[in-house]
Design a binder for this molecule. Structure first.
Ligand SMILES: *Cc1c(COP(=O)(O)O)cnc(C)c1O
Length: 369
């Protein structure tokens, strides 16, 4: 790969690896369960239109996004699939949901009333999902709200209830007792609403086993190569690679500090290479003195603080001819693992993926759609 002349770094998305991860997820499901895909936050930073187009090719028919605007953008790219929007309609967005054929996830009693009014007025039931809160205390109906709604005999009039869903809080740890508690609460609460397709599992939930799969699963991070589990090896393949190149090398002969705050001190003879990627590109500032990059397959440490546009790496261990300006530097991939880098930054793969900035050129590899 050649880093384009004007760009400081290139983020390459391997669409074939994405497709392979989708197939790995599907292989965990009984054939009845549908494998949807979550492409919120622009496909976890990798491009919602591009990732969804490739997943459609693999047979994925249902996508989830977070916001109405994300839904509108995805609809413009893909006319066919069902697109659910986690944040359902408000009084000023009902028309846009309809115009773009977006299926809202209804999270509040008043939202259910607002949306189904549309269905009753037009005489054509409107498609919807309902979210039940089983432990996140974030979005969705609380238990008393679910009970109250179910008590209204005509509450489903005007609604084409396609899915009842909830979200797991602790699925990344299969041993956590909360998984089973949420699953039982989900069964108890959704029974109040009558027959409807059900969905509970995110990526980690898929790995919890068939009790969690219901009619549809909603993986995100596993598609993009992150490990859904906090322990154990990652069964999903790496999708993202980020490459930049050395722009300068400083030979240090007597002790001298590196970067803002002089937080790193080169004690003996050393060579420090500068790479034009910084926190403005999503190379998190917390990676200062903690991150690793790879040059020619050899991991070398980030030394000093991360600047807005630059990092400095200690290349003393590498032969001088391999560390000249123009030499490729791997920031992710080729030995730099997504979850390891996120951990070094004190965060998770989800945050690292969604932070890569617009200054990085996006490149797509593999069959597109
Ligand atoms: C983000 C999200 C998912 C996907 O979760 P992953 O852990 O990335 O697989 C599924 N469901 C809901 C409600 C979400 O917000």
């Amino acid at each position: 790969m050649v880093v384009a002349a004007g760009a400081t770094a290139v983020l390459t998305v391997d669409l074939d690896a994405l497709a392979a991860n989708y197939r790995t997820l599907r292989a965990h499901l009984a054939t009845e369960a549908e494998c949807a895909a979550v492409v919120k936050a622009d496909g976890y930073g990798l491009g919602a239109a591009e990732t969804a187009a490739r997943l459609s090719r693999e047979g994925c028919k249902t996508f989830f996004v977070a916001s109405l605007d994300e839904g509108i953008d995805l609809r413009a790219a893909l006319p066919a699939p069902e697109i659910y929007v986690f944040l359902g309609p408000e009084s000023d967005t009902v028309a846009e949901f309809e115009a773009n054929r977006l299926t809202p996830v209804l999270n509040r009693p008043d939202q259910i009333a607002l949306w189904r009014r549309r269905g009753r007025e037009s005489g054509k039931p409107v498609p919807a999902a309902i979210q039940l809160d089983t432990g996140m205390s974030r979005l969705g109906l609380a238990e008393p709200e679910t009970v109250a709604i179910a008590a209204e005999t005509d509450w489903r009039d005007g609604l084409d209830l396609r899915l009842v869903m909830s979200h797991l809080a602790c699925a990344d740890d299969p041993d956590d007792a909360m998984n089973g508690t949420q699953q039982q609460d989900f069964d108890r609460l959704r029974a109040l609403l009558g027959p409807a397709a059900a969905s509970l599992a995110n990526s980690a939930g898929v790995l919890l086993g068939s009790d969690y799969h219901y009619d549809m699963v909603r993986p995100g991070i596993a598609l993009y190569g992150g490990n859904p589990l906090i322990h154990g090896t990652n069964i999903f393949g790496q999708v993202v690679q980020i490459q930049s190149k050395i722009v300068q090398v400083r030979q240090i002969d007597s002790p001298r500090t590196v970067g803002y705050g002089a937080t790193h001190r080169a004690r003996g003879p050393s060579r420090i290479a500068t790479v034009p990627v910084g926190y403005a590109d999503g190379y998190l500032r917390s990676l200062g003195n903690r991150g690793m990059v790879s040059i020619g397959g050899v991991a070398v440490p980030v030394v000093g603080r991360v600047s807005m546009d630059l990092i400095t790496v200690d290349v003393t261990a590498l032969p001088e001819p391999e560390t000249r300006p123009g030499i490729i530097v791997d920031l992710l991939g080729n030995g730099i693992d997504l979850d390891d880098l996120a951990a070094a930054a004190g965060t998770i793969a989800y945050e690292l993926l969604t932070r890569w900035g617009p200054r990085m050129k996006r490149d797509y590899r593999g069959i597109a759609s």
